[in-house]
Ligand binder design. Structure first.
Ligand SMILES: Cc1cc2nc3c(=O)[nH]c(=O)nc-3n(C[C@H](O)[C@H](O)[C@H](O)COP(=O)(O)OP(=O)(O)OC[C@H]3O[C@@H](n4cnc5c(N)ncnc54)[C@H](O)[C@@H]3O)c2cc1C
Ligand code: FES
Length: 272
């Protein structure tokens, strides 16, 4: 496995399919030589091309969908060398993968209302969440925001009937005009989402900061998945520190490791 961190969860997969789903994003379908138990939403994988055509350090991606026990997909936005390499790999190419990693979101009991709040490729963990709610039941809302409608990647995939889907775009090209936190505020204020709902968020850092401030102000029960930089994904490089809240579950210890203790954290446990 060359230069990559060795771990019992390290394996190879073949690139089975890739489909574009927006101007700068695609869904990768990987075929593994092993079966995975059903994966909780928010768990992730470190991915790298086996031919060394990408960067030395693998990149983390949330599991997007579990198409079969041995077949997983990933929603990827192209932003730099690692994601450009994944975009260019030929079908049939091998990837080196370490998974499943991280903890995942709490899937609420069916009697608990849930609101899922995503920005851009932050939607990735929520397709598995939608699948879990479709099996178990329960009132669920999916609030999906982006700067424009073409950046609401693969939005039709979420319209399975298990979620009440709402779009928010900065330019007003689809759905609510404004960011997804403002959309959440409007829904809460109108009583269409209850103040007691479990609210789960994932997206770019500015969105998560706005969400954290809003959720604290409203006293929401919130969890968020942090897209911290990661070097190894398995707890050895110390490259993913997240400042913790003294009054939270991590106590006085000032940092948690996003890859091991997260990437999903209760809002009360982190200082973001
Ligand atoms: C747990 C987890 C799950 C993730 N899930 C997904 C997913 O499902 N789909 C997806 O597309 N991406 C996801 N990401 C983000 C993804 O890992 C990065 O976009 C990827 O590592 C970028 O690699 P790159 O080599 O293409 O770009 P890089 O060269 O690494 O980055 C390009 C530019 O983006 C900035 N950047 C890169 N990563 C981050 C970051 N984490 N936070 C802030 N700025 C950053 C860099 O500063 C740089 O300017 C996830 C990250 C984590 C930690
Ligand atoms: S990414 Fe290496 S310790 Fe978390």
């Amino acid at each position: 496995m060359g230069h990559l961190p060795q771990d019992a969860r390290c394996c190879r997969a073949a690139l089975a399919a890739r489909r574009a789903c927006g101007p700068d994003a695609f869904v990768l379908e990987l075929a593994f030589g092993q079966a995975f138990a059903p994966l909780a939403p928010g768990r992730f994988a470190m991915l790298a091309a086996a031919d060394g055509s990408g960067p030395l350090i693998p990149r983390p991606f949330s599991v997007y969908d579990q198409l079969a026990p041995d077949r997983l997909s990933f929603l990827v936005q192209v932003i730099g060398p690692g994601t450009r390499c994944l975009a260019a790999l030929a079908i049939g190419s091998e990837l080196i993968c370490t998974l499943p990693l991280g903890n995942g979101f709490t899937v609420a009991e069916p009697d608990r209302e849930v609101a899922l709040v995503a920005g851009g490729v932050g939607s990735a963990p929520f397709l598995l969440y939608a699948r879990a709610r479709a099996r178990a039941g329960g009132r669920s809302h999916f609030l999906y925001g982006a700067r424009s409608a073409d950046r609401l990647y693969d939005r039709e995939a979420f319209q399975t009937g298990a979620l009440r889907c709402l779009d928010a775009t900065d330019d007003g090209s689809l759905g609510f005009r404004g960011n997804v936190v403002a959309c959440l505020a409007a829904e809460l204020d109108a009583g269409r989402i209850g103040a007691g709902a479990l609210v789960c968020a994932c997206g770019p850092e500015p969105l998560l900061h706005a969400f954290a401030a809003f959720a604290r102000e409203r006293g929401l029960d919130a969890q968020l998945s942090l897209e911290t930089y990661m070097g190894c994904g398995i707890g050895v490089c110390n490259g993913c520190p997240t400042p913790t809240a003294a009054a939270g579950a991590f106590g006085d210890w000032p940092y948690a490791k996003s890859c091991l203790d997260g990437p999903v954290f209760a809002l009360a446990d982190v200082a973001i």
